[in-house]
Design a protein around this ligand. Sequence first.
Ligand SMILES: Cc1cc2nc3c(=O)[nH]c(=O)nc-3n(C[C@H](O)[C@H](O)[C@H](O)COP(=O)(O)OP(=O)(O)OC[C@H]3O[C@@H](n4cnc5c(N)ncnc54)[C@H](O)[C@@H]3O)c2cc1C
Length: 409
Amino acid sequence: MDFEFHDTPKLAKLRNEVRAWLDLNIPMDFEISDNPHDVLPGSTKYEFIREARRKLGAKGWLASTWPKEYGGGGLSVDEAAVVDSEVAQRPWSRFGVGDFFVSSLGFFGPQLLMMGTEEQKKRFGTPLLRGEIIAWQGYSEPDCGSDAASVKTTAIRDGDDYVVNGSKIWLGSQYDNADYIFVVAVTDPKAPRRRNIGLFLVPVGLPGISKVRVPMMRNCHTGGWHIFFENVRVPVEYLIGGHENATNGWRAISAGSSGTMPPQINLGFTVRDHNQEFVLAYCRETKHDGQPLSQDSDVREALVEVEIQLELNRLFAMRQNWLAMTGKRLVGYEAAQTHLHRKDVTAIEQSDAYNDILGPAALMKEPEWALFEGNIEYQHFIPVAHAAAGTTAEVDSMLMARWACRIGD
Ligand SMILES: Cc1cc2nc3c(=O)[nH]c(=O)nc-3n(C[C@H](O)[C@H](O)[C@H](O)COP(=O)(O)OP(=O)(O)OC[C@H]3O[C@@H](n4cnc5c(N)ncnc54)[C@H](O)[C@@H]3O)c2cc1C
């Protein structure tokens, strides 16, 4: 089956327009590394990322298929695929600049669109989809991760406010600030599981919110945050869907798996892997015993193995997008399979292969030794640190098994 995109003349015209706009507005040659030190708020690179997101958002190209009245681009899915594939090829796209699937947009955006009041969609949706504000995901707690329905944080109604108590952990990213946290909390402790939960968009500045750093491998220099809520009064305007949806939060949280979300595409994983491109070029240019590394049979074999896994990833990602674009079943085993292969197979093989090929330099981040601005060293964090991010390998496997055995949630 052919999952590749084939432009019609109309789409080819759009592609040219997008390319020209990107060349003009977000320069190609901006040098940027994965080193979290380089992308802390206030740094040139951080400001570049935020500004690029705002520019894409203002064009409606952060959430291209979303309605224009809420800050989206109002494009069809195949038009959005053209926009996304052009954005994904830019070097800065590695930082989620154009990535719809950062948590602000990819998780919370659809929930807001699905369950938010008209006022909330306009008030929060528009700045979110235009890249003006950032919201962190507040699901996980010290004793609750994979099973999001087991949250202990409570939000108990008191007049027109909800009083929130509890804590959320592992929040944040190297792009290290947020305007809001979208928080899952129990609003009715006596109601049955999954019918007792509300979804709030909590402004980070409310009294009673405090935070401490949690060391995390993925954001090795900055860590994540453990956020505490102590009698935080959250006005009802921040409860998604208002009072009448106070116990309907699970509907929004599980929207991804119920197929009720609008079609989404994510072409970030369909372009060539930047690290592999670097290593291929390095092996062609670097000589060992008088011949390029790329002529060594062991090196060639290791590179080919990585190349095969990366190509499989690309095909899985193409299939995901093809499913979304053709309106076919969006979430079965496919997303879990794609996720699992990317995290558990490719990332590990890639790190091992780069160690074998590049030797100690693959483990150095000091500028005088590091390869590809430290990206090769950083590659080693990915399989370990990403193992639990989003879902774990076991949960992915279980989702696939459930699908295979036709067992529901
Ligand atoms: C880099 C990173 C960033 C993160 N960012 C955020 C964030 O921004 N916001 C947020 O809310 N959370 C965030 N998380 C938390 C993440 O969502 C959780 O780590 C994840 O959901 C797993 O939960 P847990 O760590 O509590 O493990 P648990 O759910 O306690 O799982 C422990 C072990 O049991 C296994 N297990 C659990 N359930 C099953 C099952 N049903 N069948 C088989 N095995 C099972 C798991 O696979 C795992 O091995 C982040 C995590 C990481 C690593």
